[in-house]
Design a protein around this ligand. Sequence first.
Ligand code: ATP
Length: 329
Amino acid sequence: MPSLIPRPPFSLIFSSRHRGHLFASFLTLKRIHITTTATTTTAATSPKIIVIMGATGAGKSRLSIDLATRFFKNSEIINSDKMQVYHGLDITTNKITIKEQQCIPHHLLGVFDPSQIVINPYIYRKLASKTISNIVSRNGLPLIVGGSNSFIYSLLTKQFNPKMDVFNGPDPDPVSSELRYKCCFIWVDVCFKVLNRYLCKRVDEMLDSGMVEELKEFFGSGEYLRVKRDGLGRAIGVREMEAYFSGGGVDLEVYDRGVRRVKVNSCELAKRQVGKILRLKEGGWDLKRVDATEVVRRKMTAEGGGSVAELWEEVVETSVKIVNQFLEE
Ligand code: ATP
């Protein structure tokens, strides 16, 4: 199998947005030499990595940026969301923007051409492990951040068998708790009742802030026909809104039906993600649960404001304690 790490010929299929990522990463690499508790690697020790897990909308990206900008300044983030690895549909797939990245290097985010490749767990394992080695070789701290638990599992388990499925089906294969890195798992959790309300609100906000235009362009330009069905074509928002945009984008009833499907499917995704996280926990993975329910609840009420920031600080502080303890071990 050919090497899957992007290199010059591959770069021909990178988007200009990705070149932006690379440039931001390059600038930031100069900065990250102010290392704190650096992860050390020798042949005898496996690298230490931080893994931030959780359902869509729980606050993983924000937490990773707060940890990386304020506490662990040698951090570099590796995306583990299976839709966000591709370029395109940035709003629909809820990618962190360049501004929100705050110059923290991000890897495997928006870099693959969705018409050329489908990144499956096996490929992800190769790409992400190589990225971890590179980060560690420059004394960086890898932060794996994203909601695709099949990617996280494939990357971390010592023996990965692509034929085994530990999450799906009536009789899933057993979860292996033998991992090839020293991992600190932070699970950002928000109770479903609150998260579901938030996800529905977030869909409305995404639609208002450019998702409609993004999808209109996606369907109108024929990009929809080019992307791989098993890759970006599966992003929530594509199938749900297909009828509306293919029908000329005029029928409001069809639009409303599509939006309702996007909301229902986002909530179902969150439920499946937490199901997978619980399966890993039951399988012996030492996941530290950090509850962000109150942050999200307050964010949706008029009280919001200062109290949201204070509650979020508690989430950050708890996480910092967990990471510090892990790095000192
Ligand atoms: P599965 O076994 O269902 O593929 P997984 O753990 O491999 O699950 P998930 O990240 O849970 O991967 O994604 C499952 C599906 O959820 C995707 O195929 C897609 O339809 C949707 N999805 C996941 N992440 C996003 C996203 N960022 N934007 C839009 N849709 C997403």
